[in-house]
Design a binder for this molecule. Structure first.
Ligand SMILES: NC(=O)c1ccc[n+]([C@@H]2O[C@H](COP(=O)([O-])OP(=O)(O)OC[C@H]3O[C@@H](n4cnc5c(N)ncnc54)[C@H](OP(=O)(O)O)[C@@H]3O)[C@@H](O)[C@H]2O)c1
Length: 266
């Protein structure tokens, strides 16, 4: 039985993926931040609900602990072992809205779109194994990270906040892929301006459908596609040049390890 965890599964692409993966008979671990939406989705798909606000590092940590504990409890009854086959880091905050700082002191996009997937993945690594896959939902919208202004006090736009978090996500995906043996890690721009809440809230008229982007993500769950790669929909592509720059990657690792130092050990 294949077990998949999808963050942000109560809307948009995440919701689409939950339905498609459940239809294929997979065990779907549904993450959301709204109990009502989660319960409704769990009833529709048969998936297991996990509540957490990913803007809080403590809640990310707690989410990982609950997933690990549930998998461990299952393992007791299955000699072949229960494990997480696929982790889809899908949840994200779009570009609408003003600058917000989380309770941990991070800019909101940085926290939800970048630090949360890094922390969740680090804490779930013991539950992943050879053949497992990590799919990070990035974006073609990427921009340079000002490491001297990570909280964006000096310069803030929602678009810049979104794009720098997605550059960080891509750069980290490549580092992680190089680090892990036997676990595929890829980053995908699902599709451009899908008809989802984050696009509508930004006042943009959608260009593409959730199905289009969702199917591009689905492919990375089901097909052998290699590791350490960036996809634009179904097509192999490249991320922003900074995501391949060793000095940017080193600096990113430093600030990430510093931000997560107190919370990133299972
Ligand atoms: N839409 C596009 O055209 C596009 C293009 C490129 C990349 N992407 C990426 O694709 C992924 C899916 O986006 P989407 O288009 O499906 O957007 P969406 O419909 O707005 O869905 C975003 C999901 O993230 C969840 N989320 C947001 N903040 C959260 C928080 N603090 N804690 C927990 N969950 C949180 C939302 O929860 P609720 O259900 O409670 O709102 C929702 O389930 C994102 O990573 C996005 O950046 C989208």
């Amino acid at each position: 039985m294949t077990t998949v965890l999808i963050t942000g599964s109560t809307a948009g692409v995440g919701r689409y993926l939950a339905g498609r993966l459940a239809e294929r008979g997979m065990t779907v671990l549904l993450h959301g931040r709204d109990q009502g939406k989660l319960d409704k989705l769990a009833a529709e798909t048969g998936g297991r609900p996990y509540l957490a606000d990913l803007s809080s590092l403590a809640e990310v940590r707690d989410l990982a602990a609950r997933v690990r504990a549930d998998l461990a409890a299952e393992e007791a009854g299955h000699p072949e072992g229960a494990r997480l086959d696929v982790l889809i880091n899908n949840a994200g905050v779009g570009s609408a809205g003003g600058r917000r700082i989380t309770t941990d002191g991070h800019e909101l996009h940085w926290a939800v779109n970048y630090l949360a997937p890094v922390l969740l993945t680090r804490l779930l690594l013991p539950a992943l194994g050879p053949g497992s896959r990590i799919v990070n939902e990035g974006s073609l919208g990427q921009d340079v990270i000002d490491f001297d202004d990570l909280t964006m006090e000096r310069r803030y736009t929602g678009t810049l906040a979104y794009c720098r978090s997605k550059l960080a996500l891509a750069a980290w995906s490549f580092d992680l892929a190089a680090e892990l043996d036997g676990i595929a890690v890829n980053c995908v721009h699902p599709a451009t301006y899908m008809d989802t809440a984050m696009v509508r809230e930004a006042g943009i008229t959608p260009w593409s459908t959730v199905e289009e982007g969702g199917d591009a993500v689905l492919r990375l769950v089901t097909d052998e596609t290699g590791t350490g790669l960036f996809f634009d929909g179904m097509t192999r592509s490249t991320a922003h040049r900074d995501a391949y720059d060793p000095s940017v990657r080193r600096r990113l690792r430093e600030v990430t390890d510093h931000a997560l130092a107190a919370v990133d050990r299972p």
